[in-house]
Design a protein around this ligand. Structure first.
Ligand SMILES: Cc1cc2nc3c(=O)[nH]c(=O)nc-3n(C[C@H](O)[C@H](O)[C@H](O)COP(=O)(O)O)c2cc1C
Length: 340
């Protein structure tokens, strides 16, 4: 006799999707869509084709990283609701289909449900902070915890020494300079910047931006492009920058999804330990600079993202499209109703 499959109630399904969409995504494009089986026990995670960056992310690697981060949140929320999530990446290999499926197989014991060390609680508290940090050093055990988290999710996190930090900052600064010098790239970025009163749930509100570094050492991304009036006055950033480089040994689509899950595991671990985080992706947007970001001496190091970690002020909030099942049309970039 076949076991009767209990269905998930609407509130549980909504809580899973709400957790998923709280993930970070490049330029807050939220490039995901979800399809949920009628009984709620199978969630398909798809890419939202219109919400991509053809110039900065032509192969959709950053899109996959973002979807991977959402997938990680979905897994945490499933466990929180008492379900065991069974994840398959690219289940329809070679054919267009979901980037991942999450099957909620059976109920967890109470111990299993409460085994996560504050990660679920950190989902809502995590924000990108583009403001200067205090410079207070990040304790080694916390860095070690983040390295372990990345590895558990199938990726690697490298914590550079002073020379390595300088190298990674220099390459990122070169990428940022190229982005600014290319009007098409700058326009693509600015298309995702919104006025504070904007009603679109996609893109970054100007209130979440940070200042440029008065010392010119921290290559924060300039989202304002040809609207320098929106640029905040420069401030001094922390002198001792704590960076971490996320990378994988292969560079296939499933590696990108793993790296995205690892990214979110690392960011939530950092948030649970009271850290602020921001992301520097610019060098990954130029193949020669991405290759140069790889760890010297490593034959197979495919960098994905540079993280900046520290203590300091919280980042401004960014909106989200509601975490309900998205089945229809997606919003292409630049069509929001109040973009700048
Ligand atoms: C793959 C990826 C690349 C990103 N690159 C940058 C970046 O270069 N500069 C930046 O300021 N933020 C970057 N972000 C952060 C996003 O802008 C941010 O996650 C998004 O606006 C949502 O805001 P939140 O993180 O505060 O929730 C990146 C995020 C992801 C997932």
């Amino acid at each position: 006799m076949q076991a009767v499959r209990a269905a998930l109630d609407t509130a549980t399904v909504e809580s899973l999707l709400a957790a998923a969409v709280a993930a970070p995504s490049i330029h807050n494009t939220q490039p995901w869509r979800f399809r949920v089986d009628p009984d709620g026990r199978l969630v398909e995670v798809h890419a939202a084709p219109g919400r991509s960056l053809p110039l900065a992310d032509p192969v959709h690697r950053a899109q996959y990283l973002s979807v991977g981060a959402a997938l990680f949140n979905l897994r945490l929320a499933a466990v929180r609701s008492g379900w065991r999530p069974e994840v398959r990446l690219l289940p329809e290999r070679g054919r267009p289909g979901p980037l991942a499926t999450v099957r909620l197989t059976d109920s967890l014991t109470a111990d299993e449900r409460h085994s996560d060390p504050g990660l679920y609680g950190a989902i809502a508290r995590r924000h990108t902070s583009r403001l200067p940090f205090t410079g207070r050093p990040v304790p080694d055990p916390v860095l070690a915890e983040m390295v372990t988290a990345a590895q558990a999710a199938g990726a690697r996190l490298h914590v550079p020494d002073i020379a390595g930090t300088r190298r990674l900052l220099r390459l990122t600064a070169m990428a940022e300079a190229r982005n600014q010098a290319r009007p098409d790239r700058a326009a693509e970025t600015r298309a995702w910047l919104n006025a504070p009163e904007a009603r679109t749930p996609y893109g970054i509100p100007v209130t979440a931006l940070g200042p440029p570094d008065a010392a010119g050492r921290m290559p924060m991304r300039d989202f304002t492009g040809d609207l320098p009036g929106l640029r905040l006055p420069a401030l001094w950033f922390e002198r001792h920058v704590q960076l971490a480089l996320l990378w994988t040994g292969n560079d296939r689509r499933d590696d990108w999804l793993r790296a995205g899950q690892a990214l979110q595991y690392v960011l939530l671990t950092a948030t649970a330990r009271g850290l602020r985080t921001s992301l520097l992706h610019q060098a990954m947007e130029w193949p020669d600079l991405r290759a140069a970001m790889a760890l010297p001496g490593h034959k197979r190091c495919h960098p994905h993202l540079l993280l900046r970690l520290g203590y300091g002020p919280d980042g401004g909030r960014t909106p989200r499209a509601p975490g309900r099942q998205v089945t229809g049309r997606t919003t292409p970039p630049g069509t929001g109703d109040a973009r700048i």
